[in-house]
Design a protein around this ligand. Structure first.
Ligand code: ZN
Ligand code: ZN
Length: 368
């Protein structure tokens, strides 16, 4: 039973709702063997956050009817617009109300409701160029830090990305690892990432004459990614917003350009793609159709999210409330990939047992 003196960490399913569709939610204490008491009185209050006027304090909440069922508080949440919803739970003892905790939900329109947030990094290196670790190790580490999709993009080399994919050929994985390379066009200081390409772009430069002719027609500019190049990153973000203000539609991604996966950059910068799956066509269309954001997630700092305002707002909720649970599931998968790569005979069976957990996690979060 609940200790009414302490504020509880709460859990609930689902956490993401569809605007306009009243949804039954089940709230439980996070602590194991702790339940809501069917003979106790609880007060559940709903705060639709976008409706709140911050000058009005205390915030006006809406009382929510709730019942206790199998140790969970069950209530129905209805949202009439896209926004975050906060629900507080109190236990009522006579005149006294004891706060038991609060938990956030997010209501989205149908287009976002059909999409799952996937974390990916489109740019990183192995020791086949100037990174530290072998390709397969990098792939395993990607899953260990919670990525759902990634590509190895070594300087001028497409083959290492294929090597990483081949290392896990036939293994049951929930990490989508794609071919890639960092493209160094001759006579051009600007590097371009080939993510998921079916062939090597670097190989095209073998025919220099054709290349030079085509380049004469096009020029592109990109900036830096290092922490000490924050001004450069800042300029890119400012330029992005200036161009958006002019009405341009600009797809956005975040990449780490990590050169080692046990030190800085790795996992600090990534893309959050709101996509139907991690299959390449779905990822590509989610970015092209402006359903992605770029994330700067530097340790001990709050993540900074860049992209369309609506997605940035939702991404804040996703990163704070939903991704920690997702990342915790990815970690043992990545660890098993590392063991498989090291020749552990049990690793394949471990991976098979772990496969599908993140998909089930999202299925509970969304209850589509
Ligand atoms: Zn490099
Ligand atoms: Zn690079």
């Amino acid at each position: 039973m609940l200790d009414t003196k302490t504020t509880l960490d709460l859990r609930a399913t689902p956490r993401v709702l569809l605007v306009g569709r009243p949804t039954e939610i089940r709230i439980r204490p996070a602590a194991p063997d702790t339940q809501f008491d069917p003979s106790a009185a609880y007060r559940v209050t709903h705060y639709p956050t976008a409706h709140l006027d911050s000058t009005e304090w205390p915030w006006p909440g809406r009382a929510m009817p709730a019942r206790v069922e199998d140790g969970a508080l069950v209530c129905t949440l209805a949202a009439d617009q896209e926004e975050e919803h906060l629900i507080t739970v109190e236990r009522i003892d006579g005149d006294a109300a004891h706060s038991l905790g609060r938990i956030a939900f997010y209501a989205v329109e149908a287009d976002l409701f059909g999409r799952t947030p996937y974390k990916g990094d489109l740019h990183m290196h192995s020791n086949r160029s100037d990174g530290r670790e072998p390709p397969a190790h990098v792939a395993a580490r990607c899953r260990q830090i919670g990525l759902d999709f990634a590509a190895l993009t070594d300087h001028r080399q497409y083959a290492p990305s294929l090597e990483a994919i081949a290392a896990f050929e036939g293994a049951p994985l929930d990490l989508a690892f794609y071919p890639g390379e960092e493209v160094h066009a001759p006579g051009n200081p600007i590097h371009i990432v080939n993510f998921g390409g079916r062939f090597s772009v670097n190989d095209l430069f073998a025919d220099r004459a054709t290349y030079d002719r085509e380049v004469a027609e096009r020029q592109a500019q990109f900036g830096g990614y290092w922490p000490h190049e924050m001004w450069s990153n800042g300029l890119q973000v400012a330029r992005y917003h200036a161009e958006i203000g002019r009405g341009r539609r600009i797809p956005i991604v975040g990449v780490s350009d990590a050169h080692g996966c046990h030190r800085g950059l790795f996992g600090w910068y990534y893309t959050l793609a709101f996509a139907r799956s991690t299959a390449l066509p779905d990822l590509r269309s989610s970015v092209a159709e402006l359903y992605s954001v770029a994330v700067e997630d530097i340790p001990d700092e709050y993540p900074r999210v860049h992209g369309p305002f609506r997605l940035v707002k939702y991404a804040h909720f996703v990163l704070a409330e939903l991704m920690p649970g997702h990342d915790a599931l990815c970690e043992p998968e990545g660890a098993a990939m590392l063991r498989l790569n090291d020749g552990d005979p049990h690793a394949l069976a471990d991976l098979a047992a772990l496969q599908g957990r993140t998909a089930r996690y999202w299925a509970e979060i969304f209850a589509r």
